[in-house]
Design a protein around this ligand. Structure first.
Ligand code: ATP
Ligand code: ATP
Ligand code: MG
Ligand code: MG
Ligand code: MG
Ligand code: MG
Ligand code: MG
Length: 274
């Protein structure tokens, strides 16, 4: 097949292997979800069914890609963290991003009816884009996750205040937008409390913190590592790697709404970024 007179066209392809010893983040994001929310009447500011569907799709993606050590999701996005030593797809960026985005899209569409039984999917079907970013140090990877979680918080406190002003406070969208211009988090906390009797800190964790998905190994020794190292493994360590892969496939997958910015989560789960 490769040896025809046409085979030379392969040389036009660009290599896109990501550098070794970097944590690889594949972030997927729903295409045109602002429209999709309206089409299926998502509850504002947060539609719980839609978040549960995102999380259910992410669990299956984590299950099928054993080199994913953690996934973090909020709104219509999910970040899948591949171990720094993964050799999956020879670390080719386009293969990674497209495989994760399509696996996620397939799960999202196939599981849709379980979460929205009264609203059958209609074209245009939901799709997700995907991109890869490399982080050369654990510290920077943690800052990446903190960045996404801070984004979740900032958007959620804004949206919670905005939609209370509109739905309960009788303001128009433009009035609420205008009233919130230039406010900081403390102002929004105050508006929520004094006008709507809401203590923002009592809002559900899933809305304030987003969702983390990772493997849990119960009582056994926690492991990490990858299914195939970048350097070719010898026969003995190959069996070892196979064993580890099986163990990961058997591990239970945890879905949690937890703070990732402080040290507590990382101190209690040291194996995740080991
Ligand atoms: P793009 O294709 O560029 O990503 P988009 O319309 O998807 O365009 P985003 O920036 O990704 O733009 O924004 C996603 C939108 O979907 C936000 O407005 C967000 O509030 C909304 N959204 C996502 N999930 C939910 C949910 N569970 N409940 C309510 N709204 C949601
Ligand atoms: P990769 O994930 O690397 O792409 P792959 O197993 O998909 O691995 P391909 O090189 O893409 O490898 O090969 C696809 C395989 O599927 C081939 O063996 C091809 O013969 C088979 N295949 C694809 N479409 C059909 C079809 N319509 N009928 C029968 N066999 C098919
Ligand atoms: Mg093929
Ligand atoms: Mg976007
Ligand atoms: Mg989007
Ligand atoms: Mg988004
Ligand atoms: Mg193929």
């Amino acid at each position: 097949m490769a040896n025809s007179e046409f085979g030379y066209v392969r040389n036009f392809e660009q290599p896109d292997a990501l550098p070794p010893s970097n944590w690889i983040v594949v972030r997927i994001d729903g295409r045109g979800f602002t429209k999709l929310c309206k089409k299926y009447d998502f509850e504002k500011p947060n539609d719980r069914r839609a978040l549960d569907l995102m999380n259910a799709a992410a669990v299956e993606v984590v299950r099928s890609f054993v080199d994913v050590v953690l996934a973090y999701g909020q709104s219509d996005e999910y970040s899948f963290i591949f171990h720094e030593a993964t050799a999956i797809f020879e670390r080719r960026a386009a293969k990674l991003a497209s495989s994760i985005a399509t696996a996620f899209t397939a799960e999202y569409c196939m599981q849709w009816s379980e979460f929205f039984p009264d609203q059958p999917l209609a074209r245009p079907y939901p799709t997700f884009d995907g991109r890869c970013v490399c982080y050369p140090k654990r510290k920077i990877l943690r800052d990446y996750l903190s960045w996404r979680q801070a984004d979740c918080h900032i958007n959620n406190i804004y949206n919670t205040t905005f939609w209370n002003m509109v739905l309960k406070g009788g303001m128009s969208n433009t009035e609420a937008e205008h009233a919130l211009k230039g406010t900081v988090s403390a102002d929004k906390n105050e508006i929520l409390f004094s006008k709507f009797g809401i203590n923002y800190n009592n809002e559900p964790m899933i809305y304030r913190k987003g969702t983390a998905v990772y493997r849990s190994y119960g009582a056994g020794p926690a492991i990490n590592g990858v299914s195939g190292q970048v350097k070719t493994a010898d026969a003995a360590s190959k069996t070892q790697l196979e064993k580890e892969k099986k163990r990961k496939q058997k591990a239970s997958i945890v879905v949690e709404h937890v703070d990732l910015i402080g040290d507590a989560f990382w101190d209690s789960h040291p194996y995740i970024l080991a």
